[in-house]
Design a protein around this ligand. Structure first.
Ligand SMILES: [Zn+2]
Length: 190
C-alpha cells in the first residue's frame, strides 16, 4: 500500500477511535503533487481500506474508481486557494459542533501554534456539499488553520496530516474545556 494512502487510513481510524467522527460523517484528504487523495462518501472513517480512497485531480475529475466525499469541492477549493495546505480534516466533533449550533464562539486557547485572534473564525451556514459552502469555506480559511462552519462542524488545515490531526483534537478539547467552564460558571454556589 502507498505510504500516503496508509497514513490517510491510519489518521481516519484515529479520528474515529477518538470520537471526532462517528457514523459515516467526516472526511479528510491530502495533497499529492497535482491531485489529492480523499476519503469516500458514505463509508465510516473507522473502517476504510486502500481501495476506498479516491484520487481526484484539481479540477475535480476522479482518477480512480469509487465516489469521493460529498465535500470534495470544499477540499479542492481550499487547496486551490492555499498553496501551503497539504492536508484537510473536516469533522462534526461533538463539542465543537455543539458550539457551532449555538451563538457562543470558541476561544483560541494556548497550546497549539500562534494565537492570532481571540476566537476561532466562523462562516454562516451553507448546505453541506454545496458550491456555496466550498466558496465560503475556502474564503473563510484564507488566513486561518481552523474554521467553524455554523450549524455544521469544523475544518482544519495544515502542512501535513499528522499536524492537522493534532490541531483537530486540540480544538475539540478546547471546546470541551470551554463547555465545562461555561457550565460551572452557570451554577450558583450553594
Ligand atoms: Zn460535514
Amino acid at each position: 500500500m502507498q505510504d500516503n494512502v496508509k497514513k490517510l487510513i491510519e489518521i481516519s481510524n484515529n479520528l474515529y477511535k477518538n470520537k471526532l467522527v462517528s457514523g459515516k460523517s467526516g472526511n479528510i484528504s491530502i495533497r499529492l503533487d497535482d491531485h489529492i487523495a480523499i476519503t469516500p462518501t458514505l463509508k465510516s472513517l473507522g473502517d476504510l481500506k486502500e481501495e476506498d480512497i479516491v484520487l481526484v485531480d484539481m479540477e475535480s475529475k476522479c482518477l480512480t474508481s469509487g465516489k469521493p466525499s460529498s465535500e470534495v469541492g470544499m477540499h479542492l477549493a481550499i487547496y486551490n486557494k492555499r498553496e501551503d495546505v497539504n492536508a484537510i480534516i473536516h469533522v462534526h466533533s461533538p463539542y465543537v459542533t455543539g458550539f457551532a449550533f449555538s451563538d457562543k464562539k470558541i476561544k483560541r486557547l494556548e497550546g497549539f501554534g500562534q494565537i492570532n485572534q481571540e476566537y476561532l473564525s466562523s462562516i454562516e451556514y451553507e448546505k453541506p456539499g454545496s458550491e456555496e459552502l466550498a466558496l465560503s469555506a475556502s474564503q473563510g480559511i484564507k488566513d486561518e488553520d481552523v474554521l467553524i462552519l455554523k450549524n455544521h462542524g469544523m475544518v482544519c488545515v495544515g502542512d501535513n496530516l499528522k499536524e492537522t490531526e493534532s490541531l483537530a483534537m486540540f480544538i475539540e478539547e478546547s471546546a470541551k474545556t470551554q463547555f465545562i467552564s461555561i457550565m460551572l460558571n452557570s451554577v450558583k454556589d450553594i
